[in-house]
Design a protein around this ligand. Structure first.
Ligand SMILES: CC(C)(COP(=O)(O)OP(=O)(O)OC[C@H]1O[C@@H](n2cnc3c(N)ncnc32)[C@H](O)[C@@H]1OP(=O)(O)O)[C@@H](O)C(=O)NCCC(=O)NCCS
Length: 162
């Protein structure tokens, strides 16, 4: 096996990127991301892309500053399935935390599904501490294009940024 080193950088996700983000979810999900990019223009959220030298996103995720005052809430984090478990999610979370700190804030929070123990373990390793649980729900797109309501239970986690 040969080790290949990829140089990654984090930047704002752009509308033009969405055409190459099919790996991140359904058309319905990407339409929702497009709406979040409108909110990014007004500063309500940051929406990040992690790219190698090709400048094509291999990971994306948002920070919402309007869920709780004084808190950056990480959400919709995703790494290209072919590149998971290589450290890119860690890079993405750290880039998101830097955006929060750059706004003069010191609190990061996120919600992770109880059915997603690997993501939970990653966040714990990065210093996030569970402080509660909360139900969540969103529309999911089936392969035939129809939507169904998906309901789940999440662990709420937070981290004090140094
Ligand atoms: C959750 C998610 C964002 C994490 O991203 P990731 O790139 O896989 O995360 P990392 O690689 O930084 O860390 C995860 C794992 O890689 C391992 N790892 C990190 N860097 C590594 C490296 N350089 N070499 C080998 N392994 C490494 C970690 O120990 C960890 O172990 P695990 O495979 O047992 O889980 C990603 O897996 C994902 O998109 N999942 C699907 C969507 C999802 O669940 N989103 C989260 C919603 S809250």
């Amino acid at each position: 096996m040969t080790d290949v080193v990829l140089k990654l950088s984090a930047r704002d996700l752009l509308h033009a990127d969405l055409a190459s983000c099919g790996w991140a979810g359904s058309d319905h999900h990407l339409a929702g991301v497009a709406k979040q990019l409108e909110r990014a223009r007004t500063g309500e959220v940051d929406y990040l892309a992690v790219c190698p030298g090709t400048d094509i996103p291999v990971a994306k995720g948002g920070v919402d500053y309007q869920v709780k005052e004084g808190v950056g809430t990480l959400w919709q984090l995703a790494v290209h399935p072919a590149l998971q478990s290589c450290g890119i999610g860690t890079f993405l979370v750290e880039a998101a935390e830097l955006r929060i700190r750059n706004r003069g804030l010191r609190q990061a929070e996120l919600a992770v599904e109880e059915s997603n123990p690997r993501a939970h373990a990653l966040y714990r390793r990065l210093g996030y501490v569970a402080y509660g649980r909360e139900p969540d729900a969103w529309d999911e797109q089936r392969p035939d294009g129809s939507l169904r309501r998906y309901e789940t239970m999440c662990t709420l986690m937070r981290k004090e940024l140094s």
